[in-house]
Write a protein that binds this ligand. Structure first.
Ligand code: 26V
Length: 803
C-alpha cells in the first residue's frame, strides 16, 4: 500500500488519542503496540472485505486448510512487511521517538502448535495469501498455547502459556457466524413425511462454537485471506435454575478450547482431545456449508467450489462430518454424498512414527459422537464390501477403519480423501512401499508427494535483514516472490568481496545472539567459534543424544590434551519435551548438566560451550537461525518425515550436517554433495537391520574405546548429579538395543564433525558453501509448495489478483 511517513504519523497520533486519550509522551509501549496493531488492521480491512467480495462475486473455489495447530509466531512485523510499509513505519516511529524493535517485544508469541506440523500450517497460510490462492485456515483458538518451558536445576518444568492475557489485537470475534456443535446423546433414524430417513437426537449436549477471524495478508498484492479459529462457549440459556450446575457446565464446555495438547510423540486416547478434534471440524464444515449455500448451487457441486485439506489425522473427522451433513441435512443419497466428500477431501501424512498414529476406542467415539460413529461404520462396511471383491482378505483386514476395538483415523482419512501426500520424496516413498503399502495397492493414484517448504519472508526478509539487504544489492529483489531467483547468487561464488560480506553478516548475527545469551543466561560465548545448532522438539529419533555424546568426546579429547587442535565451538540446543515423555526429559537434564560441567571448566579455555535456550519457539528460532554456522539434521534415516528447520537454516547460510533423511535428501540434490556434510546409515540399511535383526548395540560400546569412555561417563560420576538419568540413558543404548542406532552412527558422526571442523578453517571456502546453500534454498519456499497443492490437489486457480 502507499503510505507516507507523514500520513502514518498523523494516523498513529490520532489513533492513540482516540483509543487511549493519550499523546505519545504519555503513552507506554503497550499502548503504542496496540495502537500500531489497530492501525495495521484498519489499513488491511478494505482489502480484506474486497478479497472476500471478489471470492463471492467470482464464485471462486475456496480451500479450507484444517489444522489443529497454527504456530504463527509474532505477527506485527510480518503484517507490516506484507503490507509493504515496514520501512516507512519503522522510520516514522523513530521520528516519534519509538523503537519498532521494542514494540515487537510486547506482542506475545502465540504458541498454538507443537512443532513442524503447526509451523508448516503457518508458513502455508502466508504463502497461500501471497500466491493468491483463495485459501483459509481453520483451527482452534486455544486459550493456552504450548506450555512455557523453564529449567529448574536442569530439569524441564512446564508453565501455562497465557498468550491471550492482554487480548489479541489481530482477531475479530464473529458472533453472527457462531454455530452449534453437538456431543453425546442418543440418536436414531426416523422416516419423515417426505420419506427421508433423518436422525432424531435426544439428550445431546450443545456447544456454541464462536469464530475469531484474523487477516492473513498477502505480500504486497492486496489479497487478505482469513484464519478462522474457534472458541467453545456455553450457548445462551433462557433461565438458570441451578447456578452452580451452570458454572460447572460452562467450565466443562470452555475446557474444549482451553489448551493445546503438548504431546507430539505419542498418541493419547483422551476424551478431551477427541472433543477438540470434532469441535473444530464440525464448526468449520458447518460454516463452509453455510457459505456455500449463498451460491444457490446444488450440493452435488460442492467439490467444484470447496476443497478441504486434512492436516495430519487430527481433523480426519471431516470425512464423516461432511457425510453426516450431506445425508442428514441435505438428504443426499449415500453414493452421491460419498462421491462429493471424497472429491472435497485431501489429506497429508506427517509422520511414520507408529506411536503417534491416532486411533480412538469405539466406546469413546460411539458415546461422544453417536451419529458420527454410525457414519464411520457405514463407510467401513462399504469399503470392505467393495474392496473385498478386488483384493485379498489380508489386505482388507489391514486397511479397515474399525479394527481391534478402535477407529483408525489415518485409514478414515485415506479412504475418505482423493489425495494423500507425504511431505518429502523419501517420506512419500516409505509411505507407499512400507507404512501404507496396503493402501497404495488399493489406491495407487491417490498417493503423491509434496515436499514441505518455508516462507522466505519470515525466515529471511524479517529474521535476517542484513542478509536480505546484501542479496538485494547483488541480485535485486525478485526472489521475494520468485525464490528460485536466489540461484543468481551463484554468479558470486568466486567473488571474494561478496564472500567476505557474507562472513561479516554472519559474524554480526552471531554477535547479536551472543549478546542475547549473555543478557538472558549470563553466559559468555565467542562469536568466532563455530555456532552449531540443533533446534527441534526433543525426541529420541531426532538424536539430540548423539550430538551430546560427540560433545563429550571432544571434551575428553581436550581434557587429555589441552593443546588438541579443534576449532572452538558453541553448541546451541533448543527443544521442548512432551511433559509425559520421561526419556526425552532425561536427555534435557543430561544436556543441561553437561553444559554446566563444560561451560565452567576453565581448563578447556572456552573452546567448547553449550547453550540450551529455555522455551524454544518461533521468536527464538528467528534469533538463532541467522546466527547458525552448522545445521544439525541427524535423525535416524527414515524417521524424520521432512524437517523444516533444515530449510530455514540453509536459507540463512548454515552448512547442513545430516543423515539422508526427510528433505535432507533433496537439499543434498540441490546443493551438491560438496556443499553439505552427509553421514550415517541410509534408510535401506535401517530397514535391512529391522529385517534381519542383526544390530547389537552392546558390541559398539565394547569395541569402540571413544564411545566406551563417553558412555561410561554417564554412569561413573564424571557428570555430577545425573545418576538416575545417566543410568537410564546408558541402559537404553547399551542394554535395551539402542532403538535409534545412536551407537551405530556415532563414528560416522564424529568423522562428519571432523570434516566440519576442517572445512571451517578455510573461511572463503566455507562462505562459498554458505552462498551456494542460500542460492539453492529457493526451491524450498512454501510459495512453491502451496502452488503445487493448489494445482495438483485442490484444483484451484491462483488468480485472485486484486491490484
Ligand atoms: C502428533 C500428535 C499425536 C497425537 C496427539 C497430539 C499430536 C500433536 C501433534 C502431532 C504431530 C506429529 C507430526 C509432526 O509434527 N510431524 C512433523 O511434521 C513436519 C511438517 O510436515 C515435518 O517436517 C517433520 O519431519 C514431522 O516430524
Amino acid at each position: 500500500m502507499d503510505l507516507s511517513k507523514r500520513k502514518f504519523k498523523d494516523d498513529f497520533k490520532k489513533m492513540l488519542t482516540e483509543v487511549y486519550s493519550m499523546d505519545i509522551t504519555e503513552s507506554e509501549l503497550t499502548e503504542q503496540f496496540f495502537t500500531l496493531g489497530n492501525l495495521i488492521r484498519s489499513y488491511s480491512s478494505k482489502n480484506w472485505s474486497r478479497t472476500n467480495q471478489h471470492y463471492s462475486e467470482k464464485k471462486e473455489k475456496q480451500v479450507y486448510y484444517f489444522s489443529m495447530e497454527f504456530l504463527l509466531g509474532r505477527m506485527l512485523k510480518s503484517n507490516l512487511l506484507n503490507l509493504g510499509i515496514l520501512d516507512t513505519v519503522r522510520s516514522a516511529l523513530q521520528d516519534l521517538g519509538i523503537d519498532l524493535e521494542e514494540l515487537v517485544q510486547i506482542e506475545p508469541d502465540p504458541g498454538l502448535g507443537n512443532g513442524g506440523l503447526g509451523r508448516l500450517a503457518a508458513c502455508f497460510i502466508d504463502s497461500m495469501a501471497t500466491s493468491e490462492i483463495p485459501a483459509h485456515g481453520n483451527g482452534i483458538r486455544f486459550k493456552y498455547g504450548l506450555f512455557k518451558q523453564k529449567f529448574v536445576n536442569g530439569y524441564q518444568v512446564e508453565l501455562p502459556e497465557n498468550w491471550l492475557q492482554n487480548g489479541n489485537v489481530w482477531e475479530t470475534r464473529k458472533m453472527h457466524a457462531a454455530v452449534t456443535v453437538r456431543f453425546y446423546g442418543k440418536v436414531w433414524l426416523q422416516q419423515t413425511d417426505k420419506g427421508f430417513l433423518t436422525p432424531h437426537y435426544e439428550g445431546a449436549q450443545e456447544v456454541l462454537a464462536v469464530p475469531y477471524d484474523s487477516a492473513v495478508i498477502g505480500y504486497k498484492n492486496n489479497v487478505v485471506n482469513t484464519l478462522r479459529l474457534w472458541s467453545a462457549e456455553l450457548p445462551p440459556q433462557d433461565d438458570i435454575s441451578d447456578y452452580w450446575a451452570y458454572i460447572h457446565q460452562r467450565n466443562q464446555i470452555e475446557s474444549i478450547s482451553e489448551v493445546l495438547y503438548p504431546d507430539d510423540s505419542t498418541y493419547e486416547g483422551r476424551l478431551l482431545r477427541l472433543k477438540q478434534e470434532y469441535f473444530f471440524v464440525s464448526a468449520g464444515i458447518q460454516s463452509i456449508i453455510r457459505h456455500f449455500k449463498k451460491m444457490h448451487l446444488h450440493m452435488n457441486h460442492l467439490a467444484e467450489k470447496v476443497a478441504i485439506h486434512i492436516n495430519d489425522t487430527h481433523p480426519a473427522l471431516c470425512v464423516p462430518e461432511l457425510m453426516r451433513i450431506l445425508l442428514d441435512e441435505e438428504h443426499m443419497d449415500w453414493e452421491h454424498a460419498w462421491n462429493v466428500t471424497v472429491n472435497v477431501m485431501s489429506y497429508t501424512n506427517h509422520t511414520i512414527m507408529s506411536e503417534a498414529l491416532e486411533k480412538w476406542p469405539i466406546d469413546m467415539i460411539s458415546s461422544l459422537l453417536p451419529r458420527i460413529y454410525q457414519v464411520i461404520c457405514e463407510i467401513d462396511r462399504r469399503y470392505t464390501m467393495k474392496m473385498g471383491t478386488l483384493f485379498e482378505p489380508a489386505i482388507i483386514d489391514r486397511t479397515q477403519i474399525i479394527e481391534g476395538g478402535h477407529v483408525k483415523m489415518a485409514h478414515l482419512a485415506i479412504i475418505g480423501s482423493h489425495s494423500i501426500n507425504g511431505v518429502a520424496q523419501l517420506h512419500t516413498t516409505i509411505l507407499k512401499e512400507k507404512v501404507l503399502h496396503d493402501f497404495f495397492l488399493v489406491y495407487p493414484s491417490k498417493f503423491n508427494n509434496k515436499t514441505n517448504g518455508i516462507t522466505q519472508r519470515r525466515w529471511l526478509m524479517l529474521a535476517n535483514e542484513p542478509l536480505r539487504d546484501l542479496i538485494n544489492r547483488k541480485i535485486g529483489n525478485e526472489w521475494e516472490t520468485m525464490p528460485t531467483e536466489l540461484k543468481m547468487l551463484k554468479a558470486f561464488r568466486d567473488d571474494n568481496e561478496t564472500l567476505l560480506e557474507l562472513a561479516r553478516i554472519k559474524h554480526l548475527n552471531k554477535e547479536r545472539f551472543a549478546d542475547y545469551v549473555q543478557e538472558t543466561m549470563g553466559l559468555a560465548i565467542n562469536p568466532d567459534a563455530i555456532f552449531d545448532v540443533q533446534i527441534k522438539r526433543l525426541h529420541a529419533y531426532k538424536r539430540q543424544l548423539m550430538n551430546l555424546l560427540h560433545i563429550l568426546s571432544l571434551y575428553f579429547k581436550l581434557k587429555d590434551n589441552p593443546a588438541a587442535d579443534i576449532q572452538p565451538r558453541v553448541f546451541i540446543f533448543g527443544a521442548k519435551a512432551a511433559p509425559s515423555y520421561t526419556y526425552a526429559k532425561q536427555i534435557i537434564k543430561l544436556i543441561n548438566t553437561v553444559a554446566e560441567l563444560i561451560n565452567n571448566d576453565s581448563s578447556i579455555e572456552n573452546k567448547l560451550k553449550i547453550v540450551f535456550v529455555e522455551n524454544y519457539g518461533v521468536s527464538l528460532a528467528e534469533k538463532i537461525i541467522p546466527a547458525a554456522d552448522v545445521s544439525e539434521q541427524i535423525s535416524l534415516a527414515s524417521k524424520e518425515a521432512s524437517g523444516t528447520s533444515n530449510m530455514k537454516l540453509m536459507l540463512n547460510g548454515a552448512i547442513t550436517l545430516a543423515t539422508l533423511d526427510g528433505a535432507n535428501v533433496e537439499i543434498k540434490e540441490h546443493v551438491g554433495s560438496e556443499n553439505i556434510v552427509i553421514f550415517g546409515l541410509r534408510e535401506e540399511e535401517v530397514y535391512q537391520y529391522y529385517h534381519d535383526g542383526s544390530y547389537h548395540s552392546r558390541s559398539y560400546y565394547e569395541n569402540n574405546p571413544v564411545l566406551h569412555r563417553v558412555l561410561d561417563a554417564l554412569i561413573d560420576g564424571t557428570i555430577p548429579g545425573v545418576v538416575a538419568e545417566g543410568h537410564s540413558i546408558f541402559d537404553s543404548l547399551v542394554q535395551y538395543g539402542d532403538e535409534y542406532f545412536v551407537l551405530r552412527d556415532f563414528d560416522a558422526y564424529v568423522a562428519a564433525q571432523e570434516r566440519i571442523d576442517s572445512l571451517y578453517r578455510d573461511m572463503l571456502k566455507w562462505q562459498r558453501m554458505a552462498l551456494i546453500n542460500i542460492a539453492g534454498a529457493g526451491i524450498f519456499s512454501s510459495d512453491y509448495t502451496v502452488q503445487q497443492y493448489a494445482n495438483q490437489i485442490w484444483d484451484v486457480s491462483s488468480n485472485a489478483h486484486l491490484k
